[in-house]
Design a protein around this ligand. Sequence first.
Ligand SMILES: [Zn+2]
Length: 102
Amino acid sequence: MSFEENLSKGQFLIPKCTQCKKIIWPSSDYCSYCFGKIELKKQDFEAKIVEFSKKNDDYFCLVEIENSFRIIAKTYQTPTIGKIVSISKCGIKDRDYFFEIN
Ligand SMILES: [Zn+2]
């Protein structure tokens, strides 16, 4: 299954190069550094809030994954910068990735 197929089923897997072990984002078939094959890792990862903004009653956070890439995630609680969070929900909506954290 591809990264997006997993994501659309609510599984957020980390794309990692099998050779140089770098995280490759956005996910691709081959590593952009060494052209190694990308493996989708089902692993625990660190997600940290680096920035957030409020829109109506929702908060949107910029979340850094494994000190590597950043995603936008929605939360219903007041975010704190630097807080380690976990992805509670993810998927694809209108061809965009969406994430929720708690
Ligand atoms: Zn590589």
